[in-house]
Design a protein. Structure first.
Length: 119
């Protein structure tokens, strides 16, 4: 089992910055992908940014150039630096991790942290 604990988030004005962090604990040795999803009011959960254990990253188009994902592979900590925030970035942000095995891939989610961007 893997536990994900998030920190960061809060209220910021448009144009401001926030930093989210997520630390994994438990059975973390074979974690592959770590990253962030978000769910805005009345919307479906969507990918924000992902990072693989080999360093490949993937971003939602609308956050490219504004958000940066970074990762401490040894400690299994992933951070999301969010700059130039916009009101449409307002959402609950969820940390995500997956752990592949020979039979299946397990997926894990954090409890979510609220990010609110005021105009």
């Amino acid at each position: 089992q893997v536990q994900l604990v998030e920190s960061g988030g809060g209220l910021v004005q448009a144009g401001g910055s926030l930093r989210l962090s997520c630390a994994a604990s438990g059975n973390i040795l074979s974690i592959n992908i770590m990253g962030w999803y978000r769910q805005g009011p009345g919307k479906q959960r969507e990918l924000v940014a992902l990072s693989t254990s080999t360093g490949t990253t993937n971003y939602k188009d609308s956050v490219k150039g504004r958000f940066t994902i970074s990762r401490d592979n040894a400690k299994k900590i992933v951070t999301l630096q969010m700059n130039s925030l916009k009101p449409e970035d307002t959402a609950v942000y969820y940390c995500y991790a997956n752990r592949p095995t020979s039979l299946t891939t397990f997926e894990y989610w954090g409890q979510g942290t609220q990010v609110t961007v005021s105009s």
